[in-house]
Design a protein around this ligand. Structure first.
Ligand code: GLY
Length: 423
């Protein structure tokens, strides 16, 4: 098969690595890709969110399947344009991508289909937001309806702060259209899990459960980021819990989409909050693999990822013999100094070319090559270093041994990725 991968981050590098291992993949292309992806794929410098450009590239290359990495092309309708041009896409159309693209839509969807999610109000004006906040106690949860690159969810200790966030979004337009509606919901305390499922709209298959580390500093301190690390599998996410999540969340989600006439295939990412009684609540849906969760889940998936994608696109996921996972993986994100605030880029990355071994992987996210061909930093999250092992302790040691060998000016990473597994 000829496959075209859309995106340029660490998740897409992990996808490229997985697809490159499949005997089914004869040619792999990426748009736009990155220097790590370029090791496995031919990269094409086009905007993955431009439907016409992606369709033209797919036609020129005569690809068999398109695999969008991030949600943005799906929300922008690239999936619809490709399908209308006859290309199978491993991801939903715009209508299904609303599960991620609109929190107002996804919360209403869950309410309509009896899927557990925190009670909520949708507010379009400041007086509506005030009334919704007055019904609740701190901490207050306010979320912008639309995509906001991880900057649209707020947990606030005081009523005044919460109202001021609502004012910024609804009145001052701090996030543009994304903040035209806000979701105000009850706060549910507990532990977050990432549940990734593959579905062709009929069959649902679970990938290993993982946990993301969103705050920038150890012990979940500091501001939120796109994710500073992840590990998989989560040892305490046992079969009974997964059966419950499948029965109470995943199956009703896929059935609900069908009932609503929304075709859906690809990845269903369910952000779960497990409350203190171990009840699962849906925090959010995404319609693609997590980043950095993909970087730990794909390496321990003991199957042929291209075969999964192909079967899913043909509506034949049920025919795949689903493998169990293999060992454990811990992924540590090395970020630019200052991230998630402002940071400088263009710093040479040292120590990466001399690494050797088969129990770690280094996925590129924010990297590029300068005019001299030298690998330099080009983003906030620069690399994800993934340690592999028979268990999480071995994987964690390997990840940190490797991360310490990679250097660039201002580099920082959390030292406690995976510790939550043992608490
Ligand atoms: N790691 C969180 C996400 O991918 O949305």
């Amino acid at each position: 098969m000829k496959m075209l991968l859309l995106g340029k981050g660490g998740r897409e590098h992990a996808l490229a690595w997985s697809l490159s291992r499949s005997p089914l993949v004869g040619e792999l292309h990426a748009a736009p890709g990155n220097p790590g992806i370029a090791q496995w794929a031919t990269c094409h410098d086009i905007d993955p969110c431009d439907p016409a450009a992606v369709v033209a590239l797919a036609r020129n290359l005569a690809v068999d399947i398109v695999v969008p990495g991030p949600e943005s092309p799906l929300v922008a309708g690239v999936g619809d344009a490709l399908e209308e041009a006859g290309f199978p896409v491993f991801g939903p159309r715009q209508s299904g991508a609303r599960l991620e693209g609109s929190k107002a839509f996804s919360k209403s969807f869950m309410a309509r289909h009896g899927i557990a999610t925190a009670p909520f109000d949708l507010c379009r004006t400041l007086p509506e937001a005030r009334t919704a906040l007055e019904k609740r106690r701190p901490p207050y949860v306010v979320k912008a309806d639309g995509l906001a690159a991880g900057k649209g969810a707020f947990i606030l200790d005081s009523f005044d702060e919460a109202l001021s966030v609502c004012e910024n979004l609804l009145v001052k337009g701090a996030l543009g259209d994304a903040g035209d509606t806000v979701v105000i919901e009850d706060h549910i305390a507990g532990t977050e899990l990432t549940l990734l499922a593959v579905t062709d709209g009929k069959t649902i298959r679970l990938l290993p459960v993982s946990q993301d580390h969103k705050r920038v500093f150890d012990d979940d301190k500091g501001p939120n980021t796109g994710g500073m690390g992840a590990y998989a599998p989560v040892p305490w996410a046992d079969k009974a819990l997964l059966r419950r999540i499948e029965g109470e969340i995943l199956t009703p989600t896929v059935e609900g989409l069908k009932e609503d006439g929304i075709p859906f295939r690809g990845i269903l990412y369910v952000g779960i909050m497990l409350d203190n009684e171990r009840n699962p609540w849906v925090l959010e849906y995404n319609v693609r693999l997590g980043d950095p969760e993909a970087q730990v889940v794909l390496p321990i998936f003991d199957g042929d990822w291209a075969a999964v994608i192909d079967a899913c696109c043909r509506g034949r996921l049920g025919e795949i013999v689903w493998p169990s996972s293999r060992g454990a993986a811990v992924g540590v994100v090395i970020a630019s100094g200052g991230y998630p605030g402002s940071y400088n880029q263009g710093f040479p990355i040292e120590g990466i070319d001399t690494l050797s071994g088969n129990d770690f992987l280094v996925f590129h996210a924010g990297t590029t090559r300068n005019s001299a061909g030298k690998l330099v930093t080009a983003g906030g999250r620069v690399l994800t270093v993934v340690g592999l092992g028979k268990d999480l302790l071995a994987a964690r040691d390997r990840a940190y041994e490797t991360a310490r060998l990679i250097r660039f000016e201002g580099a920082h990473f959390r030292r406690d990725i995976g510790r939550k597994a043992f608490i």
